[in-house]
Ligand binder design. Structure first.
Ligand SMILES: [Zn+2]
Length: 557
C-alpha cells in the first residue's frame, strides 16, 4: 500500500475509527448515545478544547424519546469563513452477520473470522478480502470511516494558527429519520449568530461507489425524497349490490399501476436520472371480514427527486389520481351498461364523479361548515396524535390515516374521493446548481479538487450533481423555499408538529455542499468494507486541501 502521507495521520485515523466502530450505535436505539459520548470524550480530552470548552458540546434533540444529542466541535481561527463537516455516527443493524454478529464491531477479529466464509462471498468481495486493501466491519464504511477522517483533521487544525473556522458535527439517526441533522440546523443557526460565522461549504464524507474502479466520485448535491400519502374513500355497499357502491380498491389499483416505477415521474439532470417511484405501504382499512366492500384504502409511495418541490410532486400526483379516478368510472359505467343490457334494459349511467383534493382542502371544507368548532377539535386531536407518535403508539403513516378519518367526521359530502397528503420524512433535493449566480458560489470547486487529485495521485475523480443514497446533506439548503413551504403546509398535517423540519432555519444557514468520502462497497451488508488507501491517505488529503483552499480567500470562487 502506498504511503503518500505521514503515517502518524494513518495511525490516528485508525485509532479513532476502531474506537468509534466499537461503539455499536445501531440507529434508533439507546446505543446511539455511546457514539455521542465517544465523540465528546475524544475532543474534550484535547488541550484546545480544554482551553476553549465553549467550542464543543452536545446539543440536545427536542422531544426525543431516546434523549439523543448532536455532538459538535469547532476550531476557531482567523476571520469568519466557516466550513461545516458532517457525518452520521449511527449504523444499521447486524442481522446480516448471522453467527459473526458479535465481531461486527471489531474490524481485526472480524477479518480473521471472515476468512472461514470468504468462499461464500461474491467474487469481487472475495478478491477484495484477499487483497488486504479493504477494512471490513459494520460502520467502517457507512460512515464512521469518513467521520474519523473529519475528527482527525479537526484535531490537526486545533494545533495550528488556523485560517478560518471548521465545525465537525456527529449526527444520530441518519439511517432512520435524520432527526440529528434536522436538529443540527438549529445549532448552526445559533453558532452563526453567536460568532458571526459565514458558512461557505458543507462537506459530508459518506463513502462513494464507483462504476469504474479507477475513478473516484465527488457529489455536489443530494437526492430529495417526498412521500405522498394517498387515501381513497369509496361508497359502501353489499358485495351483491356492487353498482350501488363504489369500491375504493379499484381506484387505488389504477393509481398504483400509473405511478409504480413510472419513469416519467423521475427527474433528469444531464445523464443522471432519479430512481422512479415505488409504493412502500398499502392497505385497505377494514378491521375484520364482512360482506361489504371496504370504505377506504390508503398507502404511500416514495418519490425521489432532483429538482421537484413537494408542491410539483403533489400536483403531478393529483393529475394522475384524477385520471385514474375518471378511467375507473368510465370502466364501471361500461360494465354497468352491459350488466343492464343482460337484464333487457338500455344503456345506463352511474352517478359517480371523480373528486381529488389535498389534505388542506379537505380541512378547509370542514372548517367552512363547522368553523371554530372543527378547528379547535382538530388542533386538540393533532396534539394527541403527536403525543402518541412520541410514545410510539402511532407511526407517521397510521397518524396520517387517523387524521384524515378525523376530518371526515366533519365532512358532509360522503361521495367517493381521493385525499392526498404528505407523510414524513421529507428530504429536500439539493444541488450546487441551485446556488449558481449567488455571491458565495463555488463554481470551480470540482476543477480545484479534481486537479489536486490528478496532480497528487495521478487519479481521476468524476463529478455527479446528486448523491443518490439519501443523505443528511439534504438539509444544507432549500431550493425554492416559498414553494416548498407552500407544498408542506398544503398537504403534510404533521409538519411542525410530530415532525420538526426547521425549513426557515435551513434557508437561513443555506450553503453549497459536497460529498467527499472514501471508496466503499456493500454498505449495510456483511461484506461492508472501505478502501484503506482512501481511508488512511487520499481522502484526508483531499479534504484537507479543499478546506484550506476554500478558507484562504481567493483560491476558490
Ligand atoms: Zn451513510
Amino acid at each position: 500500500m502506498e504511503k503518500l502521507f505521514a503515517n502518524d495521520r494513518k495511525e490516528s485515523i485508525k485509532k479513532i475509527l476502531y474506537g468509534y466502530v466499537n461503539e455499536d450505535s445501531i440507529s434508533n436505539t439507546k446505543k446511539e448515545k455511546q457514539a455521542e459520548k465517544y465523540f465528546i470524550d475524544y475532543f474534550s480530552s484535547q488541550k484546545y478544547f480544554q482551553e476553549n470548552p465553549e467550542y464543543m458540546g452536545a446539543f440536545p434533540i427536542e422531544n426525543d424519546a431516546l434523549k439523543r444529542s448532536v455532538s459538535w466541535a469547532m476550531v476557531r481561527g482567523n476571520g469568519t469563513k466557516t466550513v461545516v463537516m458532517i457525518h452520521h455516527n449511527d449504523v444499521v443493524t447486524v442481522e446480516d452477520y448471522k453467527s459473526l454478529k458479535n465481531f461486527a464491531f471489531q474490524p481485526d477479529v472480524l477479518y480473521e473470522k471472515l476468512g472461514a466464509i470468504k468462499d461464500s462471498f461474491s467474487e469481487e468481495a472475495r478478491k477484495d478480502y484477499e487483497s488486504g486493501d479493504y477494512l471490513f466491519g459494520r460502520g467502517v464504511c457507512d460512515m464512521k470511516g469518513g467521520g474519523s477522517i473529519q475528527m482527525q483533521l479537526l484535531t490537526e487544525y486545533s494545533l495550528e494558527d488556523f485560517n478560518g473556522n471548521v465545525i465537525v458535527l456527529g449526527l444520530p439517526d441518519e439511517e432512520n429519520l435524520s432527526v440529528g441533522m434536522r436538529t443540527a440546523v438549529l445549532l448552526l443557526k445559533k453558532l452563526k449568530a453567536k460568532y458571526s460565522l459565514d458558512y461557505v461549504l458543507m462537506i459530508n464524507s459518506e463513502p462513494h461507489q464507483r462504476r469504474n474502479p479507477e475513478e473516484g466520485v465527488f457529489s455536489f448535491g443530494s437526492i430529495g425524497k417526498v412521500m405522498p400519502y394517498i387515501y381513497v374513500r369509496g361508497f359502501l355497499a353489499h358485495a351483491g349490490k356492487v353498482f350501488e357502491g363504489f369500491n375504493p380498491v379499484n381506484v387505488m389499483a389504477e393509481i398504483v399501476r400509473e405511478t409504480e416505477v413510472n419513469v416519467e415521474l423521475s427527474d433528469v439532470m444531464g445523464k443522471e436520472v432519479a430512481p422512479p417511484p415505488t409504493w412502500l405501504y398499502l392497505r385497505e382499512n377494514k378491521l375484520s371480514y364482512d360482506v361489504s366492500m371496504p370504505l377506504s384504502i390508503s398507502g404511500c409511495l416514495s418519490v425521489l427527486t432532483f429538482t421537484q418541490t413537494p408542491k410539483s410532486v403533489l400536483d403531478k400526483v393529483k393529475t394522475i389520481c384524477k385520471k385514474s379516478f375518471d378511467r375507473v368510472i368510465e370502466d364501471m359505467n361500461s360494465n354497468y351498461t352491459k350488466y343492464m343490457q343482460h337484464g333487457g334494459s338500455n344503456s345506463a349511467m352511474l352517478s359517480w364523479k371523480s373528486n381529488v383534493v389535498f389534505f388542506g382542502e379537505l380541512c378547509s371544507e370542514a372548517r367552512e361548515k363547522y368553523g371554530d368548532d372543527f378547528q379547535a377539535k382538530y388542533e386538540e386531536y393533532l396534539e394527541k396524535i403527536s403525543d402518541d407518535i412520541f410514545h410510539e403508539r402511532e407511526t407517521y403513516i397510521s397518524a396520517n390515516y387517523k387524521l384524515i378519518e378525523f376530518v371526515y367526521d366533519y365532512i358532509d359530502d360522503m361521495s367517493p374521493r381521493v385525499v392526498i397528503a404528505l407523510a414524513p420524512p421529507y428530504y429536500p433535493n439539493v444541488t450546487n446548481k441551485f446556488h449558481e449566480g449567488e455571491e458565495n458560489q463555488l463554481s470551480n470547486l470540482y476543477d480545484v479538487m479534481s486537479g489536486f487529485v490528478q496532480r497528487t495521485f495521478g487519479q481521476k475523480y468524476v463529478a455527479e450533481n446528486i448523491y443518490t443514497g439519501i443523505s443528511d446533506l439534504s438539509y444544507s439548503s432549500v431550493y425554492n423555499y416559498e414553494e416548498t413551504l407552500e407544498g408542506l403546509r398544503q398537504a403534510m398535517p404533521l409538519f411542525g408538529k410530530a415532525y420538526n423540519l426547521p425549513i426557515a432555519e435551513i434557508n437561513e444557514i443555506a450553503m453549497p455542499c459536497v460529498n467527499v468520502g472514501p471508496w466503499g462497497k456493500d454498505f449495510h451488508k456483511l461484506t461492508e468494507r472501505v478502501y484503506k488507501p482512501d481511508l488512511y491517505y487520499r481522502t484526508p488529503q483531499i479534504l484537507d486541501y479543499v478546506i484550506r483552499a476554500i478558507l484562504k480567500s481567493g483560491e476558490i470562487v
